[in-house]
Design a protein around this ligand. Structure first.
Ligand code: CU
Length: 159
């Protein structure tokens, strides 16, 4: 009887371990988003978001859009040189590709999520929820913090 009990306990342990390892494997996030910063302090009707997006899967994915409370319209923008002036414009194809196994950086003076029709400026340190829509990974909601506008983007501090 003792031996039978021991067998059952060991069996349950093995099954539990197996269940845990298989479930953690299937829950591994294909896309992770880090260092989310919100440039939302200026008294204008625009703002922007910067972040690091990593694609851990072996398939290319793409950021298609985003939603934030307090932003009437959101576009995905890039910064390009036009007649010696840095200007921002919507990304080609309306999406930001995140290649398989790579990290794409949205940063001051480069790619950014553009907030238009901003309802009101936000104080430094405010936490902001941003809902990101990916072609493959679906909707991912992350939290960012309101930071100082970047001074490194050639004077276009609101990008
Ligand atoms: Cu922009």
């Amino acid at each position: 009887m003792k031996r039978y009990l021991l067998f059952v306990i060991v069996l349950v342990g093995v099954l539990t371990l197996a269940a845990c390892s298989s479930s953690s494997k299937s829950e591994a996030a294909p896309i992770t988003v880090e260092n989310v910063r919100a440039n939302m302090t200026l008294p204008t009707d625009t703002g922007s978001f910067w972040m690091l997006i990593t694609n851990h899967s072996d398939t290319d994915d793409a950021l298609l859009g985003a939603a934030v409370d307090g932003c009437g319209v959101i576009e995905l923008h890039d910064m390009v040189m036009e007649n010696d002036v840095m200007v921002m414009r919507p990304v080609a194809g309306g999406k930001i590709t995140i290649p398989a196994g790579q990290t794409v950086e949205l940063k001051p003076g480069g790619l950014h999520v553009m907030c238009m029709q901003k309802a009101s400026p936000l104080a430094l340190g405010t936490k902001v929820q941003i809902e990101l829509e990916f072609a493959n990974a679906g909707t991912i909601t992350v939290e960012g913090e309101v930071v100082e506008p970047a001074m490194s983007s050639g004077g276009m501090n609101n990008n």
